[in-house]
Design a protein around this ligand. Sequence first.
Ligand SMILES: [Zn+2]
Length: 191
Amino acid sequence: MRFLIIIFSVCFLTACQLTQQPETVKTVDMYNRDGDMVGTAKLSEDPKGVKIELKLEGLTPGFHGTHVHEIGECEAPDFKSAGNHLNPEKKKHGLLHPEGPHLGDLPNIEVDTSGKVDTELTVSDATLLKGKNSLTERGGTSLVITAEADDGMSQISGNSGERIICGEIKDKKGETDDQEPTDPTEKEKKK
Ligand SMILES: [Zn+2]
């Protein structure tokens, strides 16, 4: 009996507990359309949501749209595999839209003249833990940078142009649930 108690205690205090520890910090590798890694996004659980420390290089100087998408798949070159913007509340697109925004809508990032960006963003009300607004459950989500700036208003993605950089936000366990975009009619039109 005593032996069993010891086993149980060891399990409880070490390995068994560690494996159940939720991931509250996550580093996402970001890739361009050629499959080159161009930087990282370090995500961490924050009282306001999920904080993203974004460091990228090799971009066109100026403003670029930044969004969390609903599927954790970045298939180059067009990254359409990422689906639409993450939108569990079925709102309209845009930080400036009165019926918005999507949960995954983020401010534009500004790339400097050397093609680099080093900035911090917050996905308000999102979490890396469980729940409706989780970025990691149900196969994960992805962080996508677009060629143009997001105007904060136009449907369904703010006229932000092609997807140029993508990184998969998912648990390392690698869930394999098949994911489909929420509404096929909302898929972005091919150019
Ligand atoms: Zn959106």
